[in-house]
Design a binder for this molecule. Structure first.
Ligand code: ATP
Ligand code: MG
Length: 451
């Protein structure tokens, strides 16, 4: 019975005959596409191959969104593609794709592939595909297939539309056009099996739902919470890249709430998720506000950096741990440094944050401790620090999230708007803040108590 139901659902997205529609109906013509992508397709077709523009660019154009890039799919094999274009190179070991450059734009050309784990892909491996890696294991990822199989191995129905610029037609094997019309994100095939095959698809469902403002089809949504911990099978560098796509998409707020609603956030940033769930700190306000700000910055073309976002996500735990270490008698500086190392080392096994980001993250955190100490020449020195701007934004964010920092943000805002003389007066006054005695301790004699 269960098998019959599964087959029924599979059948719904496994149509061998595509729906072919005139793209004019959707206001699309070859001039909507990148000139280079159209040229790549026509070169391939003139050489006797099938070729289409595929994936995100077709989806985005149907929705009136400017595509980020253009991908081409063809039945030509990587070496055959390469031989047709002077400026082209084969990249990737597992999945070979060809980067073709005609002018400035890079067009990614992929050969139709079948999903080797899918039961429907029963085509025998051709000898050309019987590649072996150094350890003698068969590499089955480059199993070439038909266009229909290529559509089935893609993730979402809305990402599996093929556009032929020569006759201006869209070829739809998975009811993607209908899902675009009804604004639905639907996984092709049996969702649970597709997530198990590649857990990153969980994140892609969430990313595109947020990006397009669609609803997730219930069958596609259902297994997500149960399978979210499978994200631990994904390599930390790949997961880091995926988190950036999620957090820096310009739809960060929506993405965060989807990740939390579907119990996925804990698999990515568990140290933030725990504090957001227990409600004892202001982690919720801080992180939610950070995404509101980040989305605004992106929409007004301001710079956002992964270091700032990760600094926010991990700050509540850094602060909690640092307070704990101070309660045990450690100095604030020591406690913060130790907490920062601990929190970063727990996170990088999940998402491999590169050093070029963890270093500025630590600096932003250290400056949180230092920016309140503004007396003498300190304010001048801090304001010249390469991370000052980010640390100042971080102070403003903490205040926006409801923390009382005794007007620290406002002080620094005024300081930056003042002339040299006023700045000196502000620093002198700050140095005289009552109760802020200078400490004269010999750091070498400092007692360090570790937990
Ligand atoms: P974006 O606008 O983010 O570039 P995109 O749809 O083009 O969106 P890409 O990551 O560039 O996404 O991937 C190109 C295409 O490859 C997708 O449209 C989809 O058809 C397919 N694809 C990408 N990742 C996967 C995956 N993990 N599983 C199955 N198919 C995938
Ligand atoms: Mg793309």
């Amino acid at each position: 019975m269960l098998k019959r139901i599964v087959n029924f659902f599979e059948a719904k997205t496994l149509t061998s005959k595509p729906l072919v529609v005139d793209a004019k109906k959707y206001g699309i013509s070859s001039s909507s596409m990148s000139k280079d992508a159209v040229k790549v397709v026509s070169t391939l077709q003139k050489a006797g191959y099938e070729a289409y523009i595929v994936g995100g660019s077709v989806r985005d154009l149907l929705l009136g969104i400017r595509p980020k890039d253009f991908d081409v799919a063809t039945n030509a094999q990587p070496t055959e593609i390469k031989s047709l274009f002077r400026r082209s190179r084969i990249i990737g070991r597992r999945f070979q794709i060809v980067h073709v450059q005609l002018s400035r734009e890079l067009i990614e050309v992929t050969t139709f592939r079948s999903n080797e784990q899918s039961k429907s892909a029963t085509v025998a491996l051709r000898s050309a595909q019987m590649q072996q890696n150094e350890s003698g294991m068969l590499i089955r990822d480059n199993v070439f297939g038909s266009i229909n199989e290529d559509a089935q191995r893609r993730d979402l129905t809305v990402n599996a539309l093929y556009y032929n610029p020569t006759d201006n037609t869209i070829h739809d094997f998975t009811n993607g056009l209908e899902d675009i019309r009804n604004r639905i994100i639907r996984m092709i095939g049996v969702p649970e099996a597709r997530y198990r095959e590649d857990p990153v698809r969980i994140l892609r469902v969430i990313r595109f739902t947020a990006k397009l403002g669609f609803e997730i089809d219930p069958r596609t949504a259902k297994p997500i919470a149960k399978l979210a911990d499978h994200l631990s099978h994904v390599s930390a560098p790949r997961l880091f890249d995926e988190t950036l796509k999620l957090f820096m998409s310009g739809r960060g707020s929506k993405t965060l709430s989807l990740l939390r609603d579907h119990s996925v956030f804990g698999a990515l940033i568990p140290q933030a998720d725990r504090l957001m769930n227990n409600g004892k700190s202001n982690a919720n306000q801080l992180i939610e506000q950070a995404f509101v700000n980040t989305d605004l910055r992106i929409s007004s073309n301001q710079r956002v950096t992964p270091a700032f976002i990760y600094a926010v996500l991990l700050w509540p735990e850094v602060e909690r741990l640092s307070n704990q270490l101070q309660e045990k008698g450690n100095s604030a500086t020591y406690a913060l440094g130790k907490a920062a190392s601990e929190v970063i080392s727990r996170q990088i096994v999940i998402t491999a944050i590169p050093k070029r980001f963890t270093i500025p993250m630590r600096e932003i955190w250290e400056l949180q401790l230092q920016l309140p100490r503004r007396g003498g020449q300190r304010a001048k020195r801090f304001s010249e620090h390469s991370r000052f701007r980010a640390a100042y934004d971080f102070i403003l964010l903490r205040e926006q999230a409801g923390e009382n920092l005794n007007g620290l943000g406002e002080w620094w805002t005024q300081y930056q708007e003042s002339n040299e003389e006023q700045k000196q007066a502000m620093s002198d006054a700050a140095g005289r803040i009552p109760g802020k005695k200078r400490r004269h301790r010999n750091p070498r004699k400092k007692k360090v108590i570790e937990d």
